[in-house]
Design a binder for this molecule. Structure first.
Ligand SMILES: [Fe+2]
Ligand SMILES: [Fe+2]
Length: 172
């Protein structure tokens, strides 16, 4: 096997790892968007509706914790190191951090809406569905940008350092 092949395999392995957490979040927001679209369409009975809302609220709380942990590790470990070594990548890192903040902000907003009374929530269902759908788009764009950045960094660093970096990335 040539070293290029090894590198490509390591890189695609890494991309799978980076995607794993993102894919999990993506699925969660997709599922929530379709559940709330059904509620908005009047396809869910009142009793089921309150069960769906409280389950969704718990899922959002867990997702927020997972997200914050993932974002913190990226920002505190990788982005700091990448920016120190490759200052020209700063604008791309800033854009990734902005997306982290936006995803966190929207998830907190959603969680807050789900804590409101059924009557108040029923008046906001369409906005809730829109925001849930917007999260899926935001996650997709972020996944692409982040994967491209990690990929570029892996190409820029000496081959001997790649394995160490990949190992560290695997832990996030
Ligand atoms: Fe990430
Ligand atoms: Fe990220």
């Amino acid at each position: 096997m040539t070293s290029d092949q090894t590198r490509d395999e390591q890189t695609s392995d890494l991309i799978d790892q980076v995607h794993h957490e993102h894919a999990h979040l993506r699925r969660l927001f997709d599922d929530l968007a379709s559940s709330f679209a059904q509620i908005a369409a009047g396809d869910v009975g009142e009793k089921n509706q309150s069960d769906v809302v409280s389950a969704a609220s718990e899922e959002l709380e867990v997702a927020l914790d997972d997200m914050l942990e993932h974002f913190d590790q990226e920002e505190e470990v990788f982005f700091v190191e990448i920016e120190r070594r490759f200052p020209d990548l700063k604008p791309r890192i800033e854009s990734l951090v902005e997306a982290h903040e936006e995803m966190t902000r929207r998830t907190r907003w959603l969680h807050k809406q789900l804590g409101k009374s059924a009557e108040k929530l029923s008046r906001e269902l369409e906005v809730v569905v829109d925001v849930l759908n917007s999260m899926a788009q935001l996650i997709d764009g972020h996944t692409q940008e982040e994967t491209a950045l990690f990929d570029d960094v892996l190409q820029k660093i000496p081959e001997g350092e790649r394995r160490g970096l990949l190992e560290k990335m695997r832990q996030i």
